[in-house]
Design a binder for this molecule. Structure first.
Ligand code: TRP
Length: 495
């Protein structure tokens, strides 16, 4: 998910800013490249107003009724991030539940822009949630790593840099426990120049023709001096939601010119942070205009995670003290929370015992709400904190325990992710999943009619199915090609 720049004044506490001269209040800004909380006329950073953004963009808030239906249809209690509103908004989630009830499966799609090699908990949570959803629905998932996007949008980053970030981030994402049989992950600069991308490219070109400069300007605030790569990039992030972009996942012919209308018609669900919504509005507005129309992808949106400094702040890869990073040692986790986590407690112990604290603005408590699954325990903590029976130090201790456990588990898994594991995820191949066990699958997972061969095969240029070995060879050739390009790029960067 995206990594917007840190708000310039997020780290300032109320006390530090209240003496500042009165300035004009600034509204919150949320778009794929810039996320800033509002500030009041004293320059104080305010909390994000998620209801306002949902209203402005006409998304639907996730309510109790939808969650009840989710539980009925899937047989799973909604994840705590749904129950507690971290994933708070959606588009057409009901239709995904309809699909799951009637035809059993659909495609899931998410991604990350690799702008740094330092992933923090704010980056991992959306993937943890995606993994949970994938397990609940048992559907295929694609994870797009947009090194091209970060290169185009970040003035300072070179191609070899973003590519390396993408590979490192991919390993971090794998560490969260995705099932390689059900998950295809790709780095744009690799996949989009491989032998497997014909249908993706055809979709992208077709989509580019449907969208005018004025439309992307409207959606993203581009202007005349925006580079042309940025203008075109949106099409890639959009068509990545079409199952027809990945025929090999479904065992369909990769080499033929013709895309599959059946695959195009497959629904898609995209978990993402709310700032990515402008991209997907674009695909929702144009998907039915494709020659082989696709249904509007459904979305489920998350809020931003609170920075250690408190509400209105955002975790940022460029500010080590704003977040718990997945590479932090146990000691660092402890120090960061003790030193930097904004406290909702009182100035002194006496005052705290007398007046009680405020868990709603207490970052240690907020982090516990992200990770502690036991609802009752949380209610108890909040009550005791308000009464002044639970102290700031106690809350932080609970938080440190929980966070250390999360980070440690990640690091142990990360140590096991080798280059080979990464290549397995990056290899274009047929995926295996079961969908809804209660319904018969409607989307065929095999070759199409005449053009196809045996189930689970990919066709070669001569119309013969490729064997597994040949597939591997092709992938290897792509890998060699990639390494060559990488070297050339590194050389060019030095020159
Ligand atoms: N643009 C996203 C980012 O900067 C990356 C991305 C691509 C993505 N496809 C996605 C994010 C789908 C969420 C869902 O992080």
């Amino acid at each position: 998910m995206t990594e917007p720049e840190p708000p310039a004044v997020a780290a300032l506490s109320l006390a530090e800013t209240s003496t500042a001269p009165a300035t004009k209040a600034i509204e919150q800004e949320i778009n794929p490249w810039d996320v800033q909380a509002a500030t009041d006329d004293q320059g104080n950073v305010l909390e994000f107003d998620y209801e306002a953004i949902s209203k402005k963009w006409a998304t639907k808030l996730i309510d109790a009724e939808l969650l009840a239906r989710f539980e009925r249809v899937t047989g799973h209690k909604p994840h705590r991030w749904l129950r507690r509103g971290l994933f708070f908004s959606h588009r057409d989630l009901e239709l995904i539940l309809d699909t799951y009830e009637k035809q059993g499966d659909f495609l899931m799609y998410t991604g990350r822009g690799p702008s740094s090699d330092a992933m923090h908990i704010g980056h991992t949570i959306p993937f943890e949630f995606t993994k949970w959803l994938q397990e609940v629905f048992d559907v295929p998932l694609v994870i797009m790593l947009t090194d091209d996007e970060k290169f185009l949008f970040k003035e300072k980053l070179s191609q070899p840099e973003v590519y390396q970030f993408a590979r490192d981030n991919a390993k971090d994402i794998i560490s969260m426990g995705f099932d390689v049989k059900k998950t295809f992950m790709y780095i744009d600069s690799e996949f989009l120049s491989s032998g497997f991308n014909r249908h993706f490219s055809l979709n992208a070109t077709e989509f580019e023709k449907l969208v005018t400069n004025n439309q992307v300007r409207g959606a993203f605030g581009f202007h005349g001096s925006t580079n042309i790569g940025s203008n075109a990039f949106a099409a890639k992030q959009c068509v990545a939601a079409f199952a027809s972009s990945y025929p090999f996942i479904f065992g369909y012919d990769t080499k033929t010119y013709h895309r599959s209308a059946k695959l195009a018609a497959m629904p898609c669900l995209i978990p993402c942070a709310i700032d990515q919504d402008p991209y997907f509005r674009l695909v929702r507005e144009n998907c039915n205009r494709m020659d082989q129309p696709s249904p509007k992808p459904a979305l489920i949106h998350s809020k931003f995670l609170t920075a250690l400094q408190g509400a209105g702040g955002k975790m940022s890869a460029s500010n080590p003290n704003s977040a718990i990073f997945m590479s932090d040692s146990e000691k660092t986790v402890k120090n960061k929370i003790n030193k930097h986590a904004f406290s909702g407690g009182q100035e002194t112990l006496e005052l705290h015992k007398e007046l009680g604290g405020n868990p709603d603005i207490d970052v240690a408590y907020q982090y516990l709400t992200y990770f502690e699954d036991d609802d009752e325990k949380l209610v108890k903590f909040a009550e005791e904190y308000r009464k002044g029976e639970m102290l700031t130090g106690d809350m932080k201790k609970e938080c440190i325990g929980m966070m250390s456990k999360y980070v440690k588990k990640f690091q142990e898994a990360r140590a096991k992710v080798s280059d080979e594991t990464l290549e397995e995820f990056l290899l274009p191949r047929k995926l295996e999943w079961k969908g809804n066990p209660k319904v018969e699958r409607k989307v065929e997972v095999k070759e199409e009619g005449k053009e196809g061969g045996e189930e689970g095969t990919t066709m070669g240029e001569d119309g013969q199915p490729l064997t597994k070995n040949q597939m591997k060879k092709l992938a290897k050739a792509a890998e060699v090609e990639r390494k060559k390009k990488e070297k050339e790029a590194a050389k060019a960067a030095q020159a």
